[in-house]
Design a protein around this ligand. Structure first.
Ligand SMILES: C[S@@+](CC[C@H](N)C(=O)[O-])C[C@H]1O[C@@H](n2cnc3c(N)ncnc32)[C@H](O)[C@@H]1O
Length: 368
């Protein structure tokens, strides 16, 4: 049994009926990703793979062959369509609450902003990358960046509540497990490392960002995202939770910071939602922004090479093909280390550290 989502002034408060709908989505996802998903593997082993072997005289060689063979299977189709519908229902159910709560959230936001210790710098002229504007990533209507009104914070409010439902609470009451994974691993690997300035790239509602305020109390913590409504929400959330963070609207591939501004740059599941050239440019920007001896640390979903079973790897691609996380399928086969070397890091200073549940952490240290 997971703990309930931690309450604070800027988190939406669902009514009884809204909560019931949201918890139904949470339970549906959990059921589909539990017994039903396990059932798809049984179907694969018992009928789809044997039929493939009979027809081709060999076993399947990769996750793409599994996907092509599983897609027409009736059991898999019911699983996949139900998961997609649950995702749509999740947004619907949360958006109802956010729309109803918006006047209260706006009032709270203004109050928190006026007495803030941290800062918020927005750039209304920022170009939204095409990979964001062209499709609603993981089906969130309007994505991370669409402003629906003046001083809008709905995208952040929606994301914060939906992330908890999507993760079935497994990211913790503050949905900050990824921040703990990364900061914990940095401390374990480099116990003497004491960053003075930290940047979190692709912070969304700042859930992971806030962990760094406590993990490195001597450091000044900065966070960027392309989405203004996420940043307004993140700023208010940080203030109400009494954490000082400097948020700015910026493209991680091309920021406004000076060379060698940071000792530590982190990201949490940013890369799988970017694009091929964006990933290269973000790593180059990390190299430019790091002080000599500084470190970039990026956490993302398991790559093909990190999956013990080909079937598990195929399941990880579901989001790419059915949930508008298009780039994830490319990222999952990418040579991360080579990308970092192309961006300027020395090969011996780049490593992949496996953290909990097999999620890889790319670590790149800038030469001193
Ligand atoms: C999956 S979310 C990250 C979740 C968040 N880091 C957390 O720990 O909860 C990806 C975020 O990256 C942002 N993003 C994508 N491309 C970006 C870019 N080029 N520069 C800055 N932010 C970007 C998106 O707007 C989105 O908020």
């Amino acid at each position: 049994m997971t703990e309930r989502q931690a309450q604070h002034d800027i988190l939406v408060k669902p009514s009884h009926d809204e909560r019931a709908r949201q918890e139904l989505c949470q339970a549906m996802r959990s059921h589909l990703l539990g017994d039903v998903q396990a059932g798809t593997e049984t179907i694969f082993e018992s009928r789809v793979h044997p039929a493939f072997k009979k027809e081709n005289g060999r076993a399947m060689k990769d996750r793409h062959e599994i996907r092509r063979a599983m897609t027409p299977d009736p059991f898999y189709r019911v699983f996949s369509a139900s998961l997609r519908s649950t995702q749509e229902l999740m947004w619907d159910s949360v958006i109802d609450t956010v729309e109803r709560e918006m006047p209260r959230l706006q009032t709270e936001y203004k109050k928190l902003h006026n007495q803030a210790k941290g800062t918020l710098t927005l750039d209304p002229d920022l170009d939204i990358p095409r990979y964001h504007a062209a499709a609603d990533i993981h089906l969130q209507p309007g994505g991370y960046h669409t402003d629906l009104a003046e001083d809008d914070l709905s995208a952040g409010a929606i994301f914060d509540r939906a992330l908890y439902i999507y993760g079935d609470g497994k990211f913790g009451p503050y949905s900050d497990a990824m921040g703990h994974m990364v900061s914990g691993q940095v401390k374990a690997l480099y116990p003497d490392f004491a960053p003075k300035r930290i940047l979190d790239m692709g912070c969304t509602s700042g859930n992971s960002t806030l962990v760094y305020v406590d993990a490195f109390p001597e450091a000044e913590v900065h966070a960027i995202d392309i989405g203004a409504p996420c940043l307004r929400y993140a700023h208010a959330r940080a203030e109400t939770l009494n954490k000082t963070v400097h948020f700015a609207q910026a493209n991680a591939a091309e920021t406004q910071y000076e060379d060698e501004s940071f000792d530590l740059i982190v990201s949490h599941i940013l890369f799988h939602e970017t694009g091929r050239s964006a990933l290269t440019n973000i790593m180059r920007e990390c190299h430019r922004l790091l002080k000599p001896g500084g470190m970039m640390v990026h956490l993302d979903i398991p790559q093909d090479r990190h999956c013990e079973k080909m079937y598990e790897s195929f399941l990880w691609d579901w989001e790419a093909y059915n949930n508008n996380e298009t780039f994830a399928v490319v990222l999952r086969s990418l040579d991360y280390e080579e990308e970092a070397v192309t961006a300027g890091f020395v090969r011996d200073d780049v490593s992949i550290e496996d953290v909990a549940v097999g999620w890889p952490l790319l670590v790149g240290k800038k030469a001193a």
